[in-house]
Design a protein around this ligand. Structure first.
Ligand code: SF4
Ligand code: SF4
Length: 389
């Protein structure tokens, strides 16, 4: 596995890492097996803390702590909350320090709150002084200019952001800022939430000036495929591969939401969490990947099975509340056919819900422990939908 220098952190990171957003849906043993196999394949970047992923990673990183680059994150914007979260993450991972701690930053307001007096940046600087974290990070998937502004302060060591065949706005400001400040570049959504196959997505990304890509791996088979794809020399794309990249860019662009910080949601009279529904709902994305039959036989954790019905029925009710006003189509700066995409999601939800109701997972797994606080689970189920006025 190729390794790259993660900017001024001086870590050597594997080109392939693991994002936690999908592995967290597995039961603990299945999740731990993925992290263990990743270690054997030379992967040393683990992105957490999602659900039980810290618990899954714990026995793996304990075998060789200094080999791994372990990252966690928070959206909290106060010094105290950030320090508390760092201590909790160290405890869950069974480690004395985190290699990177990211602050979630989706827009300028979040950035300003992190950097305000008494804000989370103060906590991170303090934690670094105490040796509890090694590097300060920002992570975001919406307004990448906010991340670039954070890097320009000179305080940020690593940034995690989306970059893929379709979504390339990181090249505007963020990547140049990282290069100027020698900041590490970690890529999320390298396969555009599964809209682009790894055979086209990963080699293209490997040829960009980034250091590690962290797809949301959720099966050992996916991990093996991704690792094998990146095990190549030369890394440069052939003409045929360039043509394949161009094909997938055209094909996936009309489905790629840029999560542009609630542009469409602001005009939606039903306050629907549109970007979440059409693009980054992990349950919907797994359903699209697996199909109804595959979803039902997938080794989801008991807490996921217990909640699957309420997750999809809540989503379906939200989707059915759409009035068809068309405003989302009108305002989308990327000219996405938003209403058509929502309709497709509604059909998927209706199909899986019908199948789930016959299975009775809710009853079978009643009381299964959830790794997520009730407040977080609720926001997942509702997709961050704003309360009705
Ligand atoms: S068409 Fe539906 S989703 Fe789009 S803005 Fe109107 S109510 Fe919201
Ligand atoms: S306006 Fe378009 S690109 Fe932006 S979040 Fe809405 S659907 Fe996605």
């Amino acid at each position: 596995m190729e390794t790259r220098r993660l900017g001024r952190t001086e870590h050597q990171v594997s080109l392939l890492g693991i994002g936690g957003g999908y592995v967290m849906l597995l039961d603990l043993d299945a999740g731990t097996r993925i992290y263990q196999r990743a270690y054997e394949l030379g992967v040393n970047y683990f992105d957490g803390r999602y659900g039980y992923t810290s618990t899954m990673q714990r026995p793996v990183i304990a075998q060789n702590r200094s080999h791994f680059v372990v990252a966690t994150k928070t959206a909290s914007n106060t010094r105290e909350a950030a320090l508390r979260r760092i201590d909790e993450d160290c405890e869950e991972l069974g480690t004395d320090y985190l290699d990177i701690f990211y602050l979630r930053t989706y827009n300028r307001e979040m950035l300003e709150a992190h950097f305000a007096p008494g804000g989370s940046i103060e906590g991170l600087l303090e934690a670094r002084e105490q040796g509890k974290i090694r590097a300060l990070g920002l992570a975001g998937h919406s307004d990448l200019s906010a991340l670039a502004a954070g890097v320009e302060t000179g305080l940020i060591d690593v940034v995690e952001f989306p970059l893929n065949i379709v979504r390339r706005d990181a090249f505007d400001l963020l990547i140049p800022a990282c290069e100027d400040h020698d900041a590490g570049m970690v890529v999320m959504k390298p396969m555009n939430v599964g809209l682009v196959p790894p055979e086209a997505a990963l080699p293209w990304l490997a040829n960009q000036p980034i250091h590690v890509m962290a797809p949301g791996i959720s099966t050992p088979a996916q991990l093996e495929v991704d690792a094998a794809i990146l095990d190549r020399d030369p890394m440069e794309l052939s003409d045929d591969e360039e043509a394949e990249v161009a094909y997938w860019r055209r094909k996936a662009s009309s489905e790629t939401c840029h999560i542009c910080d609630q542009v469409c949601q602001a005009v939606c009279e039903q306050h629907l969490p549109i970007d979440y529904m059409i693009y980054h709902n992990i349950f919907q994305n797994e359903l699209r990947r697996l199909g109804v039959k595959g979803f039902l036989s997938y080794p989801f954790a008991p807490w996921v099975k217990e909640r699957a019905e309420v997750i999809f029925s809540t989503g379906l009710a939200q989707l059915q509340s759409c009035t068809g006003c068309g405003k989302c189509d009108e305002v989308c700066p990327h000219q996405l056919p938003v209403m058509d995409l929502l309709e497709r999601v509604r059909e998927d939800h209706a199909a899986i819900l019908k199948a789930l109701q016959q299975l009775d997972w809710t009853e079978e797994h009643a009381g299964a422990d959830s790794p997520l606080p009730a407040r977080v689970l609720e926001s997942w189920i509702r997709g961050g939908q704003k309360p009705r006025p």
